[in-house]
Design a protein around this ligand. Structure first.
Ligand code: FAD
Length: 398
């Protein structure tokens, strides 16, 4: 066949549905689970939707992506929300992002944060450090680093943050002392809103519904319950059984037990790719907040974020927690889901390792796509766009 697609998550589905919309049906998807959607799958818990892979919202910032997804699930079936997300930092509950909302803290804390920002390395123009933790202190000042960024990242990613590079945080603006002071004096946020300032969430379903509908539109083209175990990179054969002119891989390279025909240094690069796992757990109590989600940097709490379901799923109750698997303590009375592959880790050697893997594979017409194919913190709207563009590119090439 022309295209063999590994994985029926948002990336694989978007690529496949783009092919279909251009009249190309010479493809097949192989998926290990019994349904499509990947990390964006949902189920029902306590009679309402529950997003298995953590809280998932569709950012409004990519109109072409929205238009594409609305073909499968019309816009009338989505609610549009303005983001209300909070951070619990010490005794303060403030809006996110922290650096824009220090004005919401109590006065004594505002003074301490302002003092720390005034002498942050980036404001004093000291040389930029290379190590992750040093860099966070340099960029944000001691208070934001100690009270939020360091513990939160340790909880979500891993305890030794110096295994991570700083290249992926370059977009963070310096924390300006003047702007923070002005924000505290004027009692209003400064700086631009983070991602998901506005987002869509289905009215009646979980986020997984749109991917189920995409999968339904190409249902004869997906083989479920089939894990990719081996990839013959020279001959483009998967599991010794399926072959194609071009393979699109959206699955983690590390999840393929055997890669035949790749040199040892490529296999070593694949071993360097690391990830963290997340457990989602349901709690039935309603919380007295309007926030859709709340961040908890406090190291004493296992979880790092909660999703307040009754604030984005009409007629529901309860909330769910997101906890790194290494911190999770199982409670048999609670409904929980383990997502082994949740976050690709931005380790120091990742950029070179994944570049080598992708170059090696692409020369053999095997193309990495999406969160795992490219080992990037992509959100679902980004991978949809990438899937659409890749279909355009490959069809133009022919
Ligand atoms: C906690 C959390 C919160 C998030 N919040 C948001 C959000 O609010 N908004 C947003 O847009 N995005 C969010 N994301 C990101 C979103 O989950 C991803 O962008 C999206 O799922 C990526 O799609 P994908 O197809 O690249 O990967 P995946 O969704 O991981 O899909 C990969 C597919 O491959 C399959 N697979 C894996 N290994 C194999 C194998 N060996 N053989 C066969 N099949 C295999 C999997 O079962 C899966 O179906 C969040 C992610 C996390 C972890």
């Amino acid at each position: 066949m022309r295209f063999l697609i590994l994985g029926a998550g948002p990336a694989g589905l978007s690529f496949a549905c783009s092919l279909m919309s251009k009249g190309i049906d010479d493809f097949l998807i192989i998926e290990k689970e019994s349904e499509a959607g990947g990390l964006c799958r949902s189920t029902e818990v306590d009679d309402s939707p529950f997003d298995i892979g953590g809280g998932h919202f569709l950012d409004v910032r990519r109109p072409a992506v929205d238009e594409f997804l609305f073909k499968y699930m019309p816009e009338e079936e989505w609610d549009r929300y303005e983001r209300d997300s909070k951070i619990v930092v010490g005794k303060n509950i403030i809006n996110s992002p922290i650096e824009a909302n220090i004005w919401q803290m109590d006065i004594e804390d505002q003074i301490e944060y302002l003092k720390a920002i005034a002498v942050a390395g980036c404001n004093l123009k000291t040389p930029m450090p290379q190590k992750f933790t040093d860099w966070i202190f340099w960029k944000l000042g001691d208070k934001i680093a100690e009270d939020y960024m360091i513990p939160y990242n340790q909880k979500m990613f891993e305890s030794n943050l110096d295994n991570l590079g700083t290249y992926w945080l370059d977009k963070l603006p310096d924390v300006s002392f003047e702007d923070t002071l002005r924000s505290c004096l004027e009692h209003k946020a400064y700086a631009k809103q983070p991602g998901h300032a506005e987002f869509f969430y289905p009215k009646k379903y979980g986020y997984g519904e749109v991917w189920l509908r995409m999968a339904e539109s190409i249902k004869d083209k997906i083989i479920y319950n089939t894990k990719v175990e081996s990839l013959d990179a020279q001959n483009k054969i998967v599991n010794g059984e399926y072959s194609a002119d071009c393979i699109i891989s959206t699955i983690p390279w590390t999840s393929i037990s055997e890669i035949i025909g790749a040199e040892d240094h490529i296999l070593d690069d694949i071993k360097k790719l690391r990830y963290s796992s997340i457990v989602t757990e349901y709690h039935e109590e309603n919380l007295d907040t309007k926030a859709q989600w709340i961040y908890y940097p406090d190291p004493k709490l296992d979880y790092h974020r909660i999703l307040v379901r009754h604030n984005f799923c009409p007629d529901s109750r309860g909330y769910w927690t997101e906890t790194n698997l290494v911190r999770y303590k199982e409670d048999k009375t609670k409904k929980a889901f383990v997502n082994e592959y949740a976050y690709p880790l931005n380790t120091i050697d990742k950029p070179v390792a994944i570049r080598n893997v992708l170059e090696f594979m692409e020369k053999r017409n095997i193309i990495g796509l999406g969160r795992w194919g490219e080992w990037q913190h992509y959100n679902s709207d980004v991978v949809v766009e990438l899937g659409m563009k890749l279909a355009d590119r490959l069809l133009e090439k022919k």
